[in-house]
Design a protein around this ligand. Sequence first.
Ligand SMILES: [Zn+2]
Length: 487
Amino acid sequence: MSGEVLINLTPMETRVAVVENGVLQEAFIERSRRRGIVGNIYKGRVVRVLPGMQAAFVDIGLDRAAFIHAQEVMPPGSPAEDQIAIGQLLHEGQALVVQVTKDPIGSKGARLTTHLSVPSRYLVYMPDSPHHGVSQRIEDDRERERLRALLETSQAEQSLEVTGGFIVRTAAEGALGEEIASDMYFLLRLWRKVSERKVTAPAPSVIYDDLPLFMRTLRDVMRDDIEKVRIDSRENYVKLIEFAQEFMPHAVERIEHYAGERPVFDLYSVEDEIQKALGRRVQLKSGGYLVIDPTEAMTTIDVNTGGYVGHRNLEETIFKTNLEAANAIARQLRLRNLGGIIIIDFIDMEDTEHQRQVLRMLEKSLERDHAKTKCTGVTELGLVQLTRKRTRESLEQTLCEACPTCEGRGTLKTPESVCYEIFREILREDRAYSAETYTVLASQAVVDRLLDEESAAVADLESFIGKTIRFQVEIHYSQEQYDIVLM
Ligand SMILES: [Zn+2]
């Protein structure tokens, strides 16, 4: 297996592609406009103490002062009844290191705390907390024990002194010891930097912000089998090298500035593959295809043979198609970043050995996935059920919105249905009001149909109500939209 990471940077967005053996496997996209400031740490200055509210305003260098409550200034875990007056905790003009817990919205400033924490992929570091812990969402007792033990062994391995506490995040379920140790290493190095800045930085200023996507990627997807990282921005290449020298020295020599003629996402047809990953249908080499339908409750994947399959080798063809599908499905789940319940409808197979092999192929292909997947069995109807841990939003959610024409249903009423709706509506109006003529405003397709296939029905209706019906095309109307005007 040989892997490569391609990074495409523009001022508006960052896109990262993970390619394995020449095939796009994973894509990450971050839009600059959507990045909030939650998690950022600032050295701020108290501008006003509000004794009545047990709170204070802090200037952190944004347009509007941020807000902090006394509870967030006292040591973590202090009981509410032991509250100390805000005036004794803070005074105007004081420098204060704070972290944002809520983005500013409209006229409301950001919300702050002094209880600092920084996350990595598997851990959260809390420099002021004396305890280690494991996320409650990891329910299996043995796994909790294993992770807790890993924290201890990782701590013993560190070259830096470990103060404060680490929380194991839900994402760490199943993580390797070396992964936990390298996350801890990363966070301790990071914290050393932040601590230096806490002292030297002026107030107000940012002393830590969440890593931009291209740096996070290096931290999160850099494994030994990634041979090359190509980044198409000279300026950020320099930043990435500096970051790697600091935190991931083993990665430095694999990072390259891409200065090719073609856009970096044209390599390995990444751009095309992303487009395809938004479609429902996935073509298989064997001639079969997948149909992938994400819904709110689950994602269903239907496996189909292509076209006519002769009787002679039917079982063999089906087996081959299902095998190929199993592999393709694992890739699509990763690429589209689909989470939650996944139901796969493979083509029915008689041979139980074939069934077993297809399942085996699916499980094997899923092993490469970073997100935790679990095959929860085969249902009575022969459907294969999986769960995949939901992390960020799916590729489709990042790039698309529900179609405004069909409001996300994916289908529209036919012009025929709309015509009949219009007829019923005219009859209803005619009973209620007396008008000379009716004018129907509708889309081109509907008006065309009214004047052509439905013209006899229109004539019947006109004679039945004894009035004239006129039609007018409204080019901005969707196929389902119409209005009836009385004159
Ligand atoms: Zn639509």
